[in-house]
Write a protein of this length. Structure first.
Length: 357
């Protein structure tokens, strides 16, 4: 599978996969941010043919370098996540998972050292089942403890555990078991798991964007993810990302909303045939509002924003209203004012509302 390097698109993979954390280990209090290989690089393993794009330590080092050089890390994108197809086809003589020796000559531990040296964190992929979705080594119920210890030994910081090739009984035992096994290692490891979402068949639709996403569609998706306090994981090629895509993903106010300290997920408060309004309550009396025009075509839709009907109480000195993607203060509102604006088809206007009082 070849992912062309010259194609300019954002391939955003913002996972909505739940973070299973029955244990309060102080991790992931705000949605984790980083980069994950899958949507862009899939299971490309032929490093002779595709030396720059195959799943190998070289690729992850290159992305770690870019995360630091291009300012991503400073904005909070700190995880470099390996996805499927990293392992060898057999376990080692001690029954442990091992990476493909040709593609990961330094081992996962060596890669973790490199990533840590850059001030970043390393995520790895596992699958509860007899093999991964891509046909690589899976984690059986009997190897959950050993595999957790192996990940900890390698100094991994996050685990995404898929559920291909297991049945629902095995998953209902295995997912909590992995959570306890990770905790027992003593190493803080964020556990991102797809259970019980897996049982609802939600997973196949969780990837967004990908090929040919235009700027308006990208904005719409990012706005909703920020409102939902969803993890921000990009899956793109940081070596060739377009300036437009980069500007969107590096929008500080957008990231601020996603990472809000109150940690409350926003909700959809209105839905018409081709319009949705989403609201998220933020810390310090602040709010985010997303006006989403879901129409496929037609002209821009006109709206007028007035705060009291939205349950935003008039603070004595009113509210400043910022357009997040335009990066500007667009209005000052108290209970007597409205702000008029338009939203393109399949686009969004995201407001950040801050009390002046
Ligand atoms: C393990 O769980 C306990 C209890 O929730 C928690 O206090 C501790 O921080 C956890 N340790 C790790 C390494 O996750
Ligand atoms: C799930 O798989 C196990 C074998 O690993 C089997 O014993 C069990 O009956 C299966 N359960 C279901 C619900 O298919």
């Amino acid at each position: 599978m070849h992912c062309g390097t010259l194609v300019l698109f954002i391939s955003l993979y913002l996972t909505l996969v739940g973070l299973c954390e029955p244990l309060d280990n102080g991790l992931a209090r705000t949605p984790p941010m980083g980069w994950i290989a899958w949507e862009r690089f899939k299971c490309t393993t032929d490093c002779k043919l595709y030396p720059d794009n195959c799943i190998s330590e070289r690729l992850f080092r290159a992305m770690a370098d870019k995360l630091v050089e291009d300012g991503w890390k400073d904005l909070g994108y700190q995880y470099v996540n390996i996805d499927d197809c990293w392992s060898a086809m057999v376990r080692d003589i001690n029954g442990k998972l091992q990476p493909d020796p040709d593609r990961f000559p330094s081992g996962i531990k060596g890669l973790a050292e490199y990533v840590h040296f850059k001030g970043l964190k390393l995520g790895i992929y596992g699958d509860l089942g007899h093999s991964t979705c891509g046909g690589y080594l899976g984690t059986l119920l009997e190897t959950v403890d050993l595999d957790a210890r192996t990940f900890a030994e390698w100094e991994v910081d996050m685990l995404k555990l898929d559920g291909c090739n297991s049945n629902s009984t095995e998953r209902s035992i295995g997912y909590p078991k992995m959570s306890y096994a990770l905790n027992a290692t003593g190493r803080p490891i964020v556990y991102s798991c797809s259970w019980p979402a897996y049982e609802d068949g939600l997973l196949p639709k969780l990837m967004v964007g990908n090929f040919g996403l235009n700027q308006d569609q990208s904005k719409a998706q990012l706005a909703i993810w920020a409102i939902l306090a969803a993890p921000f994981f990009m899956s793109n090629d940081l070596r060739t990302i377009s300036d437009d895509a980069k500007a969107l993903l590096q929008n500080k106010l957008l990231i601020y909303i996603d990472q809000d300290k109150l940690g409350q997920q926003g909700v959809r408060i209105k839905k018409d045939e081709d319009f949705q309004l989403w609201k998220r309550k933020l810390a310090h009396g602040q709010f985010a509002l997303a006006y989403l025009n879901t129409a496929e075509r037609g002209g821009a839709k006109s709206f007028s924003l007035s705060l009291p009907p939205l349950g935003i109480k008039d603070c004595a000195h009113g509210y400043n209203v910022y357009d997040v993607f335009d990066k500007k203060l667009v209005s000052f509102l108290n209970s007597n004012h409205t702000h008029s604006f338009r939203v393109n088809p399949r686009s969004v206007v995201l407001f950040f509302i801050r009390p002046v009082c």
